[in-house]
Write a protein that binds this ligand. Structure first.
Ligand SMILES: C[S@@+](CC[C@H](N)C(=O)[O-])C[C@H]1O[C@@H](n2cnc3c(N)ncnc32)[C@H](O)[C@@H]1O
Length: 248
């Protein structure tokens, strides 16, 4: 009898915990301190964790989504960071030409080294640039990708306007970012990782928690998109992320 009571108590506690963990977090957006990542220690730390299996899985999810849109021609990755997504895309999409753009010159330097060491430098070039003023002519690009960067943009609507400007007619974009209204469990895991596993340089700037807090809910992204010139777009929410796709 006692055993049954204990088992029932364990089961009820587990179900309660599950119910709490799966509830979405509803908190106002909190803007982080920095736009670009331009601190050498942070660049090194971000470069290191980008090679961890968890990040590889995220890049697989992104490439899987990208394949659904049949990218062709020239693809630009804005906020490319250390360039691992560019390397993975270059491996998968053999016919594409790639350009990485980042507001941080240190990130661009790191990405250039990474791409060279992986043997893709012939097909991948880099520019230092800001999403708000992309270093490209109007109607010149086939595809724009941006991952884990949207929450850093000072004026996101202007960022999307810039994407619209540089895309060729029928050109597409795909933006991937964290989702602030993720299940509580995502925040617990991130806080746990931040204090025990991730490099201390990231913990000092409260990352990745502050990126989660600065990210948008899918509804907020839909509101943003209404303010842009794009007429064809959609936002798709995942477990703790969202994909925004659009076409010119
Ligand atoms: C969290 S990292 C993501 C890097 C990479 N895309 C990834 O998925 O791992 C965000 C990157 O966006 C860049 N960034 C932030 N604001 C930007 C802006 N306004 N224009 C271009 N890049 C920006 C940062 O410098 C940083 O390298």
């Amino acid at each position: 009898m006692l055993l049954i009571i204990i088992l029932a108590a364990v089961l009820v506690s587990f179900l309660l915990l599950l119910a709490v963990a799966s509830r979405s977090v509803t908190i106002p957006r909190q803007i982080g301190p920095d736009e670009g990542i331009d601190d050498n220690e942070i660049v090194k730390a971000y470069d290191r964790i980008s090679q961890w299996p968890q990040f590889r899985v995220i890049r697989r999810i992104i490439i899987h989504e990208l394949k659904r849109h049949y990218p062709q021609g020239t693809l630009v990755d804005v906020g490319c960071g250390p360039g691992y997504l560019l390397a993975d895309m270059a491996r998968v999409f053999n016919d594409l030409k790639f350009i990485g753009v980042d507001i941080s010159s240190q990130m661009v330097e790191k990405a250039t080294g990474n791409i060279a060491s992986k043997g893709f430098i012939e097909r991948v070039s880099f520019r230092v640039g800001d999403i708000q003023e992309l270093p490209f002519e109007s109607n010149s690009l086939d595809f724009v990708v941006s991952t884990l960067s949207l929450h850093h943009w000072l004026q996101p609507s202007q960022g999307f306007e810039e994407i619209l400007r540089v895309l060729k007619p029928s050109g597409q974009f795909l933006v991937f970012d964290l989702k602030r209204n993720s299940p509580r469990l995502a925040y617990w895991l991130v806080r746990f990782a931040q204090s025990l596993i991730l490099p201390t340089a990231l913990g000092r700037i409260n990352e990745p928690t502050s990126s989660f807090l600065a990210s948008y809910t899918p509804t907020e992204i839909e509101d943003l998109m209404q303010d842009t010139g794009f007429t064809t777009w959609r936002v798709r929410a995942g477990l703790f992320w969202s994909f925004t796709w659009g076409q010119k």
